[in-house]
Design a protein around this ligand. Structure first.
Ligand code: FAD
Length: 402
């Protein structure tokens, strides 16, 4: 028996027994028996408050999704070219940061596109990037039509985790130059600022939640590289924007309600994708926008459009449409549990993370990215293990015992 198999079998059995344990201890509804006081005195967080449990059990799974992140080696293509008599402005290749950076790259691309002086624009693609590009053009008073072959919920944007993750798989480490970092910093700040205007709207398209991270090892402990991990080294830039979001602080033993010895608390901006998508679509149509179904086989077909200026926001579609050899799919799988309206914090341990979205409690594995995989089949074992890993933290935590 290979060590891999043994590990998988162990996880499966561990998960199974936890799953059964969960059905006794957690499937009781969101009453006070699941909500327990934790210490209030906490640096910077006087209202530490009460923590509801994540009801992580296999029988609460309502959806499993697989998406392909549109990753590009040197970062998003925001270039401009002429194709026939059309001016084409690219806006694709955002990897695992598409929602987060959408307003930033779309602001840059549309500002350039507006210098054309055109009154009518075509946007190809109706994901995070196409919608934000279209809305920014409309806010500048222009007439916009979106052309796309698929739309929500059948696009990559619909199967994202939904968190502010602006440097997730945004370029390869080899391309992480100072110039790229400077560009990313500005783009990230523009996007962040625009996002704040969606807070407090009906249905909470965007909201802030508390966020806990726990670990079995000290945070600075060397983690052995997983020999099965085929991920390339990506560029990381988060340190440039530390001032934008509240910092994580370490919890001491008396403040840590979880079973793992190391815990941190911070805040996180999350995107409730169903509501947020509806909010964007509503703004687009209320500003006179039209959506047209169209599947482009090659860029020469842009010539058939009435609009003189085209924004290309086709995500991974640009790999084939423009034969862009820098583009790679990066597979990611998520498991969605029945929504828990009382759940007001995100959580991660060494193996998995939870996002308390209004449209479902989203759970992902911490190893959630396979480059160059186009496999859209759900891996049930990955899903099972991710839920089991969260169940383990919950059932053994002080909040579960109290
Ligand atoms: C599992 C997973 C988790 C993620 N989590 C996050 C996260 O938490 N935060 C975050 O910021 N990002 C996240 N991402 C990344 C994010 O989802 C993407 O970067 C983003 O969705 C890209 O948006 P897009 O508009 O470029 O592409 P898409 O959403 O794929 O939209 C492309 C559009 O172009 C259209 N199109 C393509 N080709 C053609 C063609 N030939 N003709 C006509 N139309 C065409 C499509 O039909 C579609 O409408 C995640 C991705 C995955 C897979």
């Amino acid at each position: 028996m290979s060590s891999n198999f043994k590990r998988r079998e162990f996880l499966r059995l561990a998960g199974l027994s936890l799953g059964l344990g969960m059905s006794r201890s957690l499937v009781r509804g969101a009453d006070d028996s699941e909500v327990h006081s934790v210490p209030r005195e906490h640096i910077g967080y006087p209202q530490f408050g009460k923590l509801p449990l994540v009801r992580a059990s296999q029988d609460r799974i309502v959806k499993e999704t697989v998406g392909l992140r549109p990753f590009r080696d040197s970062g998003p293509n925001l270039g401009h070219e002429r194709i026939g008599d059309k001016s084409v402005f690219h806006n694709y290749g955002h990897g695992g940061s598409g929602w987060s950076l959408s307003w930033g790259t779309s602001a840059q691309v549309t500002t350039e596109a507006l210098t054309s002086g055109a009154q009518q624009f075509a946007v190809i693609g109706c994901g995070a990037i196409g919608l934000t590009s279209a809305i920014l053009l409309q806010r500048a008073g222009k007439i916009v039509t979106i052309y796309c072959k698929e739309r929500h919920p059948n696009i990559t944007s619909s199967v994202a985790t939904g968190v502010w993750s602006p440097d997730s798989r945004i370029c390869l480490k080899d391309h992480a130059t100072d110039a790229f970092a400077a560009w990313w910093n500005t783009t990230c700040r523009t996007s962040f600022k625009l996002y704040q205007s969606f807070l407090g709207l009906p249905g909470s398209p965007i909201e802030w939640v508390d966020s806990y991270a726990v670990s079995n090892q000290p945070w600075d402990a060397e983690r052995p590289k997983d020999p099965n991990d085929t991920q390339p080294e990506y560029g990381h830039f988060r340190d440039y924007v530390q001032d934008l979001t509240p910092r994580f602080v370490d919890l001491d033993k008396s403040q840590n309600p979880f079973r793992e010895p190391y815990a941190r608390k911070g805040s996180r901006m999350i995107f409730n994708i169903s509501t947020y998508h509806q909010t964007l679509l509503r703004e687009f149509t209320s500003l006179g926008g039209h959506l047209v179904h169209r599947d482009f086989q090659n860029p020469a077909q842009f010539a058939e459009l009435a609009e003189p200026v085209v924004i290309n926001a086709t995500g991974l579609g640009s790999k084939t449409l423009f034969d862009d050899k820098q583009m790679h799919p990066v597979r990611g799988q998520l498991t969605v549990l029945i929504p828990q309206p009382e759940l007001n914090y995100s959580f991660s341990n060494n193996d998995a993370y939870v996002i308390p979205r209004r449209d479902g409690v989203v759970i992902g594995s911490s190893k959630n990215g396979i480059i160059d995989s186009t496999n859209l089949e759900v891996d049930p074992e990955q899903s099972f293990n991710a839920v089991a890993a969260i169940a383990q933290s919950m059932t053994k935590s002080k909040i579960a015992k109290a």
